[in-house]
Design a protein around this ligand. Structure first.
Ligand code: KIV
Ligand code: ZN
Length: 385
């Protein structure tokens, strides 16, 4: 039996922190509505204390969407929590996300504090947030580099103080999948009240491990994943939602399911890319321009014989109309024939071989082969028939 995997989207908070990606309130509402249609469970709408604009966006998003939980970020500081609660006052379901650094680096150099004091501050913040909302998420910042037993202690105390969700961020993208999974397992095995809260993954992509770490977290018991569309976010980005959702959909042995309406993925990806002025790299998994494009002869022949020879995802499942057979100098006869057939030109045997030789010469000298090029190549055969 599959368990629910909560999809927590932080495109509008962690994603929007990226230089050049800032959105105004109107644009954020468009994104929030698209996320609602996509089926996300939680929208992290912003960090209300950070600016009046961000505060206002959380207020307006709370009014504009109904189904997802609306989450507001705060540090473990009473003033932050007051402002987050105020920004959430119109949310049908509101969550305050509060927390503090837990790694030796953060405790010593950022917070200039001690482990015991950090636990006290965490507990105070969770209890304070509970005065406003039932749903309080605690984040243990830089948990990826924290000392595991200290992490278990603070998590236990945060749950005791009322946290409903425990977020374990790999803030610096330091972990390898086995390490990150081991952190989640350690919490499952060593925190006495862990079953009273949902464990969340929150991975950054500094070593290109964000998706792998997130999946490893889920395999070890996490039941919420914190993600962004297209993997946008600080530095090398956050875990990409589309990658996690489709990895889970493809691997039935991971015993969870999400409520994401996957055929809406591509459209949502384009919307975010356009509004945030952030191009998607062509080879990006799931949503890149080339994700369903086949260009070498062997692959083209294989995919034309049976789609699943070279595709693990049906493009329609993520909202891409169909995969493409790209014509280049590496293409084979099968690809050429496929394109000619689509133009209504049926060539076989020697005629096809001849056109193919001419096609290769042209493709060596030209990057994009257009239908017009093909028609001029086959001209004599068409005229003769
Ligand atoms: O990466 C991180 O640690 C965060 C927290 C504020 C949740 O974004
Ligand atoms: Zn983050």
């Amino acid at each position: 039996m599959s368990e629910k995997l909560w999809i927590f989207d932080t495109t509008l908070r962690d994603g929007e922190q990226v230089p050049g990606c800032q959105l105004n309130t109107r644009e954020k509402i468009v994104v929030a509505k698209a996320l609602e249609e996509l089926g996300v469970d939680v929208i992290e709408a912003g960090f209300p204390i950070s600016s009046p604009g961000d505060f206002n966006s959380v207020v307006e998003i709370s009014k504009a969407v109904s189904n997802p939980i609306i989450c507001a970020l705060s540090r473990a500081v009473e003033k932050d929590i007051d402002v987050a609660a105020e920004a959430l006052k119109y949310a049908k379901k509101g969550r305050i996300h509060t927390g503090i650094g837990v790694s030796p680096f953060h405790i010593q150099y950022k917070l200039r504090s001690t482990p015991d004091e950090i636990i006290e501050r965490a507990v105070r913040a969770v209890k304070y947030a509970k005065r406003y909302v039932e749903d309080v998420e605690f984040y243990a910042e830089d948990a990826g580099r924290a000392e595991k037993d200290f992490l278990a202690r603070i998590v236990e105390q945060a749950i005791k103080a009322g946290a409903t969700v425990i977020n374990i961020p790999d803030t610096t993208g330091y972990c390898l999948p086995e390490q990150y999974g081991a952190i989640i397992r350690h919490l499952k095995e060593n925190v006495s009240n862990i079953d009273k809260a949902i464990i969340a993954t929150h991975c950054h992509n500094d070593l290109g491990m964000a998706t792998a770490n997130t999946i490893s977290g889920v395999q070890n018991g996490a039941r919420q994943v914190e993600v962004t569309i297209n993997g946008i976010g600080e530095r090398a980005g956050n875990t990409s939602m589309e990658e996690v959702v489709m990895a889970i959909k493809c691997h039935h042995d991971i015993p969870v399911e999400t409520s994401i309406v996957t055929p809406r993925i591509y459209e949502t990806s384009r919307l975010i890319s356009k509004l945030m002025n952030m191009p998607v790299q062509p080879n990006k998994a799931i949503v890149g321009r080339n994700a369903f494009a086949h260009s070498s002869g062997i692959h083209q022949d294989g995919v034309l014989k049976h789609r699943e020879n070279y595709e693990i995802i049906d493009p329609k499942d993520v909202g891409v109309h169909e995969s493409s057979i790209v014509l280049t100098a590496r293409s084979g006869r099968a690809a050429l024939k496929h394109h000619l057939d689509a133009l209504g030109v049926v060539l076989e045997g020697e005629a096809l071989n001849e056109v193919y030789e001419e096609f290769l010469v042209l493709a060596d000298s030209k990057r994009d082969i257009t239908p017009k090029d093909l028609l001029s190549l086959v001209g004599k055969y068409v005229d003769e028939s």
